[in-house]
Structure formats: structure tokens, C-alpha cells
Design a protein around this ligand. Structure first.
Ligand code: PLP
Length: 486
């Protein structure tokens, strides 16, 4: 048995890591895994000198494109610049080195930060209580759906199993609803890109559990019938869920709770200053109106006098949805961001996000068809459909050669050859102009030859990739690659 392996597994669960303090016998590896999976020696490791390893990763890092490297107008993803001061706050040793098993008495500062962040989010969203537990937007959606189910069951309303979702919704919405056991029914959009209230009303009946809505919707349009929609859903006995991934458009200006939403998740890694992309970590806190507080997941943070602690003895809670109480580093960044901006700063975030999007929209509308109305919120969707199938992908790759990250492409599905562009508030007018000029040049080239960019990108570290293959058959390790090549 290899000593290093044994050593790791001999740490008794939940006990002190200090030698001599364990009061349970060590656990042998064989108790966890069938004997045939336990190896006696290390597998082959590639033999590379340290400088080569350093150069390899430095080269890879230089190839990476992030918002610190250039414009990243990835619609619906809010790839805005995240101030470095928030990184510094998250890296403070008192936060970064705090062990999740630390006793509440030793972690009062961290718990206060979380408690205050919950209160700030309540104020921003107009809701009664928040949980910071969910690890991402989609995770928050699942939590919201599980609470919706718990709410109806608590009232003996077991027959409510339909979740209405607009046909323009983000794919995670139907996936989350389905995972929570609901039947998903799509609601149509109008030709103007807004929710079709007539279609919604036709689909309301006693099976309605609720409705999920993104506002502004994925076309970047404000659902101006939201009060009528909320009244209709509530009138039919359903709950209204707000997918707050697009909160950047009206943070500090308008509140989901005031629009009639009962449950809402916000993506801290979009609106509230955590760099994202590449898989996390993220955070998707969920807020609820009064009547749903009892269903929030455990642990719940409570304040007694001046002291903070976690409470898990809450019988109506949907239960625990992850380890510990959230991605703490992300919460620190969001807290620092909010304290830094204050209410006036937050309003300015929304104002400039919407202004930048409309400025860019007006420029792009000169040479590309743009979906929806003349004014957008934080993003807009252009279409390259007139240049044929696949043209949006070609435009994307040409933009890479021009030094820009491509917009979100082929989403929302209701627009053919869609380019979904979200500039965010942190970009200058010069950057927006440079992007619009590059896009215009590319479109002018397509006008002459619709296949002008079939081979793009030409200047990127890698040429056009098989993206579906990369997702479905990833080669994840060097050793695997070597084995395959042998
Ligand atoms: C509208 C919308 N809803 C939900 C999500 C899911 O958020 P996450 O990626 O954090 O799971 C996204 C993410 O892109 C989104 O744009």
C-alpha cells in the first residue's frame, strides 16, 4: 500500500487533523473501494523538467482570453470588468484561510459579512430573505423550483406540476424545472419579442405550479406587461420565479419583488463582481417573499443579539443543497463591490449598462438586422441570417481575428443566426466604436462573399475547432493523449 494514499485516508472524518487527537480508528482504503481498483504503485507520470512545466502553463495562460485582455460582449453572461480591490478583499488571510469547520464564535466577522450581504440583496431585490448557499445561477433555479414544490405540497396542492417558461428562456430554466419534477410548458413570444400574454393566459389552469421569467428577457427587452403577468400567474395559484441573471440592467433601479416575483436568484458572478467563465466558482443566491421563507435551504444564518450562527433545525426547509454555506470567496467579492458602490453607484451600473447597449445597438443596426424594439436594456440580439446558415459562427471567428471575444451565438433560439451582444457598463465608448467598426468590416466582407470567413480564425492559437466534439469527447489529460497516440 502506498504511504501517501494511506495517509490521506487515515484522516478521520470531522476530527482534528492534529496527530493524537483522533478518537476513531483509521479507515483503510479497501473499505471504500473494491480491491481491484486499489493500486499498489503510482501510474506512469510524464517526466518533464520544472522550467518546461512553468513555460507550458505560462504559454497556455497567455493564450487565454479574458475580460482583462479585451472586450468580451458575451450576451446574457455580463462579462464586465471586476475591480481588483474586490479580489484583494477576498484574499485577506482572515477570509481566505478561514476553515469552513471553524466554530461560529471564531468566524463572527465572516458570518456578519454573509448576514449583511443577505440583507443588501433583500433590499436590492425587494424580497424578504435570501440564502447564499447556491453555487451558480442554475443551482439557484433548482433551489427555487424545489421551494415551489414544497410550497404547494405544504398546502396540500399536490396536483400543481406545470411550470410555464417563455420560448426565449435560457436553457437552464426548463432543465431546472424538469429536474425538480415539473412538466415544462412553453409560452410563445410576440413578433416584437415580448411574452405573449394571451398565450400565457390560455395556458393557466389548476395544474399551474408557477412560471419562470427573465426580465429583461433574453432579447434584452423589458417585459413591460410584468404586473399583468404576475397578477395572472398568482390568480391561477402559481408562483412567479425571477431568473435574475440579467439583473445588471436594472440593479438599483427596479426590484423583482415590486414586480410581483415570489422567488428570485441573482448571479453574483455576473452583476456583483466575480470573474467568471471557464467553470466557476460562482454563486447564485436565492431570495424569497414572506410566504416562502420557511422553505429556504439549510443552514440559515441567524443573528441573536450581536452574535451570528447557522441554524439547521428548520423542519419545513427543502434541506441542504451543498456542502457548507456557499462559495465564500465570491460572497466577499460581492460584499466589497456593494460597499464600494453604494446605492448611487449601483444605479449608475444599470444606467451605463443600458446606455452602452443602446449605443452599440444603434451602431450595429446600421448594417445588421436587430431583433425587437428600437430601445433595448442591457443587451440586444442581431441576426446574420441574410448571409446564410452558419454565418453567425463565421462572424464570431472573424471577430476573434480582430481581437474581440465573440458574442453569444445561436441564442436565443427564437432568432435565426443570432448574435447576442452585451457590452456591460465597464466599457469605454472607444472600445464600443472599435468593436462596431470591426463588425461592420466583417459584415461588408460577407456582403461581397458570404463565405469570406469560412476558414476563420486565422490568427488565433488554434484554428476552427470541432466544438461539439470538444464537449462530447474531451481529451482531459496529457497521459490520456499519450495513451491514445501510442
Ligand atoms: C438568463 C440566464 N439564466 C440562467 C443562467 C445560469 O447561470 P449559471 O451559469 O450561473 O448556472 C444564465 C447563465 O448564463 C443566464 O444567462
Amino acid at each position: 500500500m502506498n504511504y501517501e494514499y494511506r495517509n490521506i485516508f487515515e484522516i478521520p472524518c470531522g476530527k482534528s487533523w492534529e496527530a493524537g487527537e483522533a478518537d476513531t480508528p483509521p479507515v483503510a482504503l479497501e473499505e471504500f473501494y473494491p480491491a481491484e481498483f486499489v493500486r499498489d504503485d503510482f501510474g506512469p507520470l510524464c517526466d518533464v523538467a520544472e522550467p518546461e512545466v512553468v513555460r507550458h502553463y505560462t504559454r497556455l495562460a497567455a493564450m487565454n482570453f479574458g475580460v482583462d485582455a479585451g472586450f468580451y460582449p458575451l450576451g446574457s453572461c455580463t462579462m464586465k470588468y471586476n475591480p481588483k480591490v474586490n479580489e484583494a478583499a477576498a484574499a485577506l488571510p482572515g477570509f481566505a484561510a478561514l476553515h469552513p469547520y471553524a466554530a461560529a464564535a471564531d468566524a463572527q466577522g465572516a458570518l456578519q459579512l454573509m448576514y449583511d450581504l443577505e440583507r443588501y440583496l433583500c433590499e436590492i431585490c425587494g424580497l424578504e430573505a435570501f440564502t447564499l448557499c447556491p453555487s451558480a445561477g442554475a443551482h439557484g433555479e433548482l433551489v427555487g423550483m424545489l421551494m415551489t414544490r414544497a410550497y404547494h405540497r405544504s398546502r396540500g396542492d399536490d396536483g400543481r406540476n406545470v411550470m410555464l417558461i417563455p420560448d426565449s428562456a435560457h436553457g437552464t430554466n426548463p432543465a431546472s424545472a424538469r429536474m425538480a419534477g415539473f412538466d415544462v410548458v412553453a409560452v410563445a413570444s410576440t413578433p416584437q419579442g415580448l411574452l405573449d400574454v394571451g398565450d400565457l393566459k390560455a395556458k393557466l389552469d389548476e395544474r399551474l405550479a408557477g412560471m419562470m421569467i427573465t426580465n429583461p428577457n433574453t432579447l434584452g427587452l423589458f417585459e413591460r406587461d410584468i404586473l399583468e403577468i404576475a397578477a395572472a400567474v398568482h390568480g391561477a395559484g402559481g408562483l412567479l420565479y425571477y431568473d435574475g441573471a440579467n439583473l445588471n440592467a436594472f440593479v438599483g433601479r427596479a426590484r423583482p419583488g415590486d414586480m410581483g416575483f415570489d422567488i428570485c436568484h441573482v448571479n453574483l458572478h455576473k452583476t456583483f463582481s466575480t470573474p467568471h467563465g471557464g467553470g466557476g466558482p460562482g454563486s447564485g443566491p436565492v431570495g424569497v417573499a414572506d410566504r416562502l421563507v420557511e422553505f429556504l435551504p439549510i443552514p440559515r444564518l441567524v443573528k441573536e443579539g450581536e452574535a451570528y450562527r447557522f441554524e439547521s433545525n428548520l423542519p419545513n426547509s427543502i434541506g441542504r443543497i451543498r456542502s457548507f454555506a456557499g462559495n465564500f470567496g465570491v460572497l466577499v467579492r460581492a460584499y466589497a463591490y456593494l460597499r464600494h458602490l453604494g446605492a448611487a453607484g449601483l444605479r449608475e451600473v444599470a444606467d451605463v449598462a443600458v446606455l452602452n447597449a443602446n449605443y452599440l445597438r444603434a451602431r450595429v443596426a446600421r448594417f445588421l438586422e436587430v431583433a425587437g424594439e428600437a430601445l433595448c436594456m442591457h443587451e440586444f440580439v442581431a441576426s446574420t441570417a441574410k448571409y446564410g446558415r452558419g454565418s453567425a459562427a463565421d462572424v464570431d471567428k472573424a471577430l476573434i481575428d480582430a481581437g474581440f471575444h465573440p458574442p453569444t451565438t445561436y441564442f436565443p433560439l427564437v432568432v435565426p443566426e443570432a448574435l447576442m451582444i452585451e457590452p456591460t457598463e465597464t466599457e469605454t465608448r472607444e472600445t464600443l466604436d472599435a468593436f462596431a467598426a470591426a463588425l461592420e468590416r466583417i459584415v461588408a466582407d460577407l456582403e461581397g462573399d458570404p463565405h469570406a470567413y469560412a476558414e476563420a480564425p486565422l490568427k488565433a492559437p488554434v484554428r476552427r475547432l470541432d466544438e461539439a466534439g470538444a464537449a462530447r469527447k474531451p481529451v482531459l489529460t496529457q497521459m490520456m493523449a499519450q495513451t491514445e497516440g501510442e
